[in-house]
Design a binder for this molecule. Structure first.
Ligand SMILES: Cc1cc2nc3c(=O)[nH]c(=O)nc-3n(C[C@H](O)[C@H](O)[C@H](O)COP(=O)(O)OP(=O)(O)OC[C@H]3O[C@@H](n4cnc5c(N)ncnc54)[C@H](O)[C@@H]3O)c2cc1C
Length: 467
């Protein structure tokens, strides 16, 4: 081998050094490009995450601060509802006392001929046979301070009890009329008992102009001009209660919807949840307001409800009912986090307070009469129950003289307490469903992917069925 082959000449050495240098420079550039690319992609991912979080926060952020006109904030309501109220109420409404509701199924509509429009079999209500509902419910209740009581006391002087010393808040179930509702609650003719557990509030197919006519009548005749600036606070409260109840009914339709009639497949319809409720923040706010309003009524009547008789002749179940009621009324978490959910003392303050109260009572009375015109039996059942529950809350908050201890002068019917408990549970379910579903639903709605509703419905329903 010649030295030429082994020893490169000087010119060749210079060329190879230049190549190595060029190769090194290219490597450095390539590495720099990779590093920059990695940095850029990391930045992009983190920005996407940040904006995803931001959109979550944004949808959560819509409902922050105090619930309007209430004394409790959204976050506290959600936490208390998830940890305390919802679990207790879910159990309470299954007890024999709370699951039988007395109502007149066939009501005459005072405004339009009965329309009887309902597309599903699911629209009809199963009545309880006589032997199913609790025995004590069949006994006539006390009729207020009945004249018979006084006669009895006059005849037997030794049996006379000085009632001014009687500090018991609950004096037995009474049958008296609720001034806020149109039904005569003392009239037992044609009343039947319905097992609410067998008749859940859910999608029934009652829709279209006839259903719309009911809601229009409720809003147009009873809460008109809500959006005008001069409307007084009290009328706004009435509007918000109705709107909150409407939202809650829509939430229940969306949460328990007939997805596939042929295969009788039920599940969530999140498009309806979005279209009818979440897309309108006012409706969500009114739902929270209504929940706190009813919660305030329940806690205000705490002593009365605590002492009430929950007998159904099922000793174990009745004890459970009493324990659950106590847990609901005197819950330490609730008392410390939200001691006054709504402050009713702020209403009726103006000079025309008493007349205004009468006017609003008359309007609510009208609303309760309109519910008799709901053509679908099961919708009417839940409509009447919830309106009676609301009328009971209004009675507790406004019909009893606030200067006395309300628990002393309050008198409720058994059916009013059943309606109140079930209404609070329905509202609690709606608040929970809205809180759990809204971040994901609103995010999906923003993306506007044409197939997103079917995808998200399937996803949530799969989760539900797996559970
Ligand atoms: C008392 C009652 C009980 C019912 N119960 C059931 C039931 O259990 N199951 C069932 O499937 N159907 C039930 N329905 C029917 C259901 O409420 C709807 O009317 C139906 O599903 C048609 O809905 P929609 O989209 O036309 O709007 P609807 O809910 O009928 O609303 C009509 C109009 O009212 C306004 N509106 C809607 N929500 C609110 C709100 N929260 N606050 C203020 N304004 C609002 C809007 O302008 C809307 O277009 C009930 C109806 C009534 C009146």
């Amino acid at each position: 081998m010649s030295s030429k082959e082994t020893e490169p000449e000087t010119g060749e050495i210079d060329r190879s050094t230049a190549e190595v240098t060029r190769w090194r420079r290219q490597c450095t550039i390539a590495i720099a490009v990779v590093v920059i690319a990695v940095i850029i992609s990391a930045f992009t991912i983190s920005r996407d995450n940040a904006s995803a979080n931001k959109s979550c926060q944004c949808s959560d952020g819509k409902y922050t601060g105090m619930v309007e006109d209430c004394c409790c904030d959204y976050q506290t309501v959600d936490t208390l509802n998830a940890e305390v109220l919802h679990p207790i109420l879910q159990e309470l409404v299954t007890t024999p006392f709370f699951r039988y509701f007395k109502m007149k199924l066939w009501c005459d509509c005072p405004f339009w001929p009965d329309d009887g429009m309902c597309s599903l079999r699911d629209c009809s209500v199963c009545e309880c046979p006589e032997n199913e509902f609790p025995e004590p419910f069949k006994k006539p209740s006390r009729n207020g301070a009945s004249s018979d009581d006084f006669k009895c006391q006059m005849e037997k002087q030794e049996a006379f009890v000085d009632r001014t010393l009687d500090i018991k808040a609950f004096k037995g179930w009474v049958e008296n009329d609720n001034p806020w509702t149109s039904d005569d609650e003392t009239d037992n003719a044609e009343m039947t008992y319905v097992n609410l557990q067998l008749n859940p509030e859910r999608y029934t197919g009652y829709t279209g102009p006839l259903a719309r006519r009911i809601w229009d009548a409720v809003y147009d005749e009873n809460c008109p001009n809500y959006f005008s600036s001069g409307i007084c606070h009290e009328k706004k409260v009435l509007y918000k209660l109705i709107s909150g109840l409407h939202s809650s009914i829509s939430v229940h339709i969306a949460s328990d919807y007939l997805l596939d009639e042929t295969n009788n497949l039920w599940g969530h319809n999140l498009e309806i949840l979005h279209e009818r409720v979440l897309r309108h923040p006012e409706r969500v706010k009114n739902l929270y307001f209504t929940f706190l309003f009813v919660l305030r009524a329940v806690t205000k009547a705490a002593d009365y409800l605590d002492q009430a008789e929950y007998d159904t002749y099922n000793p174990a179940e009745d004890i459970k009912t009493k324990i659950l009621v106590k847990r609901l009324l005197y819950n330490p978490k609730l008392q410390s986090a939200c001691p006054l959910p709504f402050d009713e003392a702020k209403l009726w303050q103006g000079q025309s307070g008493p007349e205004l109260k009468q006017e609003i009572q008359k309007r609510f009375h009208n609303i309760s009469a309109i519910i008799d015109c709901v053509g679908c039996e099961k919708c009417r059942l839940w409509g009447k129950l919830q309106v009676l529950g609301m009328g009971t809350a209004l009675k507790i908050l406004f019909s009893v003289d606030g200067s006395n201890d309300i628990n002393q002068s309050l008198q409720l019917q058994r059916n009013e307490v059943i309606a109140l408990g079930n209404l609070l549970n329905r509202l609690s379910e709606s608040v929970k469903f809205v809180h759990e579903m809204s971040p994901a639903v609103e995010k999906m709605a923003k993306e506007r992917n044409p197939t997103y509703w079917s995808k998200i419905n399937n996803w949530f329903n799969d989760l539900k069925f797996i559970k």
